[in-house]
Write a protein that binds this ligand. Structure first.
Ligand code: ADP
Ligand code: MG
Ligand code: ZN
Length: 575
C-alpha cells in the first residue's frame, strides 16, 4: 500500500516529467507541426511528396513536403536503414539539425532523458503502473477507417474475394463458433508498396463496422527490452475492450524477420515482441471477432513461426494493378475531380504500366494541383502530362517503370508459350490467369496452371506437364533466336528436372531405362535424353502453332493479363 506521502511524490514526479517532456518537445521542434501516422508518411515519401526529412534520435521526426512551408511530424522508427531508404528516394536528409543544442548532444540528450525517465517511473510506481510508461504512443482506433469500404478499393478483385468471409466473421463470430469453424486470426497482405494493403485492411474494418487499430512493426522495435512486448499487450487490450476490431500491423517484418545468427543487439527485444504477439494471437477464443492483419513487402523474409496455422495462416498477395485495375483505380480517384473532356483515361491507364495504386492517386493529385495553379477550371491533358513526367522522373531509379518494350515482348512470348502448350496438351488443367505484370516473387510474368485434383498422373500427363514448362523457353528460342534466350526460364528448368528425375528414377516410366535401379552415370544420361526429347517436342509445338502464339502474345502486350475465357477465345480462333 502506498502512503499519502508517496502519492504526492508520485504526482510531483508526473508534473516534473510532463514539464520536461514539454521542454524537450519544444527544444526539438521549435514550433508545432502536424502529426502524420508513419504509414502515411511512408506512402507520401514513396509518392514523391516528401522533400526533406530531419532525422535524429528523437521519438518523432520532422519532414517537409512539396510546395508547402509547413512542417510535419511522424513517429521515428529509429530504423538504421531509414536514412538510406529516404536517400534512395531522392529525399534530402539532414541529421539532428532541428535540435538546438546541436552536435553530439543532440542525439545523446534525448536518449539519456528517456532512460532516466523510464527508470524513474518504474521505480516510483512499481511493476503494475510501469505499464503506463510502455503505452506511450500506442495507437488509438482510427476513426476515419469506418468510412472506407470495398468500393474504395479498385481492382484487387481476387484479394477482395478472399477476405469476404472475414468481414462476415467479424460481424457474426458466434455463427462460426457454433459450427466449430476456426476463422483466420491473422491475415498477411504482401506485395509492393502503394498497392493498397493498408487501404484494404481499413476497408475490412469499414465493411464490418468495427474499430481499426493501426500500428507499425517499427513502433514495436525500440531500444529497451520489454517496451515492444508491452506495447503489443497494450494494443490487444484496447482492441479487446472495443469488443470486435481489426488490428493492423504495418511492416510486420520489423518484428517478424527471420532470426539470423550473428545479429546481436536488439534481437532479444525483437524476440520478446514477437513472442508477445504470438501469445496474444493464440489467446483469442473463436467467439471473439478480432482479426489481426499484417502487411509486408516481402513474404519470404518472415519468420516461419508467424505463418503457422492459427497465426497468420492466410496470406494474400496484393500485386501491382494490370490495365483494368489501373483504369478502375484512376476512375475511383477521378471521381471527385473535374477531369476535362480532352483527357483520355484509357490511354493514361495504358501509359502507366508498373504504377502502383498510390502512384496513380499521386499522379491525379499532382495534376489537380497543377490545374489549380493555372486556374483553368478543370484538369486538362497538359496537367496530366506534367504530373506524369514529374512522377516518372522521381521513380525511374527505384522501380521498374522503365522496363523496356523488348523485355515485355520476351515475357509475352514466354508466358504465351506456357499457356499455348497447357491448352493444347493438358485440356483438363485450368489456366485462370496469365500476365506480364511482374510478380512479388521476382518473375517477370506468370502463367497460373492448375492441375486437376486427382490421385494419379499418367506418363503422358507428366510428359505434357514437362513440355508446357519447357514451352516458355522454346517460345523464346523460336521467336528471338537461340542466341537470345534469357534467364527467365530458370525456375521452369528446375521444375522440369524434378519431374524427369521422378519420371525415370521414382516412377520407372522411361521406356529406355525400364524399372531397374540405375547407376549415377546412367541416371544422368537418362535425364538428359528425356529432357532433350521433351524440349524438342516443345519447340515443334510452338513452331507448329506459331500463329496462335503470336495472337496470345499480342493480346498480352495489349491487355497485360488474360483470364481463362479470353485465352480460350484466342485458342478457338485458331482451330
Ligand atoms: P500499401 O499499404 O500497400 O503501401 P496503401 O494502402 O497505403 O498502400 O495505398 C496508398 C494510397 O494509394 C491509398 O490511400 C489510395 O489512395 C491509393 N491506392 C492504392 N491502391 C489502391 C486501389 N487498389 N484502389 C484505390 N486506391 C488505391
Ligand atoms: Mg501501407
Ligand atoms: Zn516460364
Amino acid at each position: 500500500m502506498k502512503s499519502k506521502k508517496g502519492k504526492i511524490i508520485g504526482a510531483l514526479c508526473i508534473f516534473a516529467i510532463a514539464l520536461a517532456a514539454f521542454f524537450i518537445y519544444f527544444e526539438n521542434t521549435g514550433e508545432a507541426a502536424e502529426f502524420v501516422p508513419y504509414a502515411e508518411f511512408m506512402a507520401m515519401a514513396e509518392g514523391g511528396q516528401v522533400t526533406r526529412v530531419i532525422l535524429n534520435e528523437a521519438p518523432v521526426l520532422r519532414f517537409y513536403t512539396q510546395g508547402s512551408e509547413a512542417a510535419y511530424e511522424t513517429s521515428n522508427p529509429r530504423n538504421p536503414t531509414l536514412k538510406e531508404k529516404l536517400l534512395l528516394m531522392g529525399i534530402e536528409v539532414s541529421e539532428g539539425a532541428n535540435f538546438s543544442v546541436g552536435g553530439v548532444m543532440s542525439s545523446v540528450l534525448p536518449i539519456v532523458f528517456f532512460v532516466v525517465m523510464f527508470v524513474f517511473i518504474i521505480r516510483m510506481f512499481g511493476r503494475a503502473s510501469g505499464k503506463s510508461a510502455m503505452s506511450l504512443n500506442v495507437t488509438a482506433a482510427d476513426e476515419n477507417a469506418v468510412n472506407v469500404g470495398f468500393c474504395h478499393v479498385a481492382g484487387n478483385d481476387e484479394a477482395k474475394e478472399s477476405v469476404q468471409d472475414v468481414v462476415d466473421f467479424i460481424k457474426n463470430p458466434e455463427k462460426y463458433a457454433k459450427y466449430g469453424a476456426r476463422m483466420p486470426r491473422g491475415i498477411i497482405f504482401y506485395g509492393p508498396p502503394g498497392t493498397g494493403k493498408t487501404l484494404m485492411a481499413k476497408a475490412i474494418a469499414g465493411e464490418a463496422g468495427v474499430p481499426f487499430f493501426a500500428t507499425s512493426g517499427s513502433d514495436f522495435v525500440q531500444m529497451y527490452v520489454g517496451v515492444g512486448a508491452g506495447r503489443v499487450r497494450e494494443l490487444f487490450k484496447k482492441a479487446r475492450a472495443a469488443g470486435r476490431a481489426v488490428i493492423f500491423i504495418d511492416e510486420i517484418d520489423a518484428v517478424g524477420k527471420t532470426r539470423t545468427s550473428g545479429n546481436t543487439g536488439g534481437n532479444d527485444e525483437r524476440d520478446q515482441t514477437l513472442n508477445a504477439l504470438l501469445a496474444e494471437m493464440s489467446g483469442f477464443s473463436s467467439g471473439e471477432g478480432i482479426v489481426v492483419i499484417a502487411a509486408t513487402n516481402r513474404l519470404d523474409t518472415l519468420d516461419e513461426a508467424l505463418l503457422r496455422p492459427g497465426r497468420f495462416d492466410r496470406q494474400i498477395e496484393i500485386g501491382l494493378p494490370d490495365l483494368m485495375g489501373r483504369k478502375n483505380i484512376l476512375n475511383t480517384h477521378a471521381m471527385n475531380k473535374p477531369i476535362g473532356r480532352g483527357v483520355d483515361m484509357e490511354e493514361l491507364a495504358r501509359q502507366t504500366v508498373y504504377f502502383s495504386g498510390a502512384m496513380l492517386e499521386n499522379l491525379l493529385n499532382e495534376a489537380a494541383i497543377s490545374a489549380a495553379k493555372n486556374g483553368a477550371g478543370e484538369i486538362g491533358q497538359k496537367d496530366i502530362d506534367t504530373a506524369y513526367y514529374t512522377i516518372i522522373a522521381g521513380s525511374e531509379k527505384k522501380d521498374r517503370s522503365a522496363i523496356k518494350d523488348k523485355e515485355r515482348r520476351i515475357t509475352a512470348y514466354h508466358e504465351g508459350g506456357h499457356a499455348l502448350a497447357t491448352k493444347l496438351l493438358l485440356p483438363a488443367h485450368s489456366v485462370p490467369k496469365i500476365t506480364i505484370i511482374p510478380s512479388t516473387k521476382g518473375a517477370a510474368g506468370f502463367c497460373v496452371n492448375l492441375p486437376p485434383d486427382k490421385m494419379y498422373f499418367t506418363k503422358q500427363e507428366l510428359e505434357s506437364q514437362a513440355i508446357s514448362l519447357l514451352a516458355g523457353r522454346a517460345a523464346e528460342e523460336a521467336v528471338f533466336g537461340p542466341e537470345n534466350i534469357t534467364t527467365g526460364a530458370s525456375n521452369d528448368i528446375q521444375r522440369v528436372n524434378h519431374i524427369i528425375k521422378d519420371y525415370v528414377s521414382k516412377y520407372g516410366m522411361s521406356s529406355t531405362a525400364g524399372l531397374a535401379e540405375l547407376s549415377e552415370d546412367d541416371k544422368h544420361k537418362e535425364y538428359r535424353l528425356h529432357i532433350n526429347r521433351l524440349y524438342d517436342a516443345a519447340l515443334a509445338l510452338v513452331k507448329k502453332n506459331f500463329h496462335t502464339l503470336e495472337n496470345i502474345a499480342s493480346a498480352l502486350l495489349d491487355k497485360e493479363s488474360l483470364c481463362e475465357r479470353e485465352l480460350d477465345e484466342i485458342m478457338m480462333r485458331a482451330s
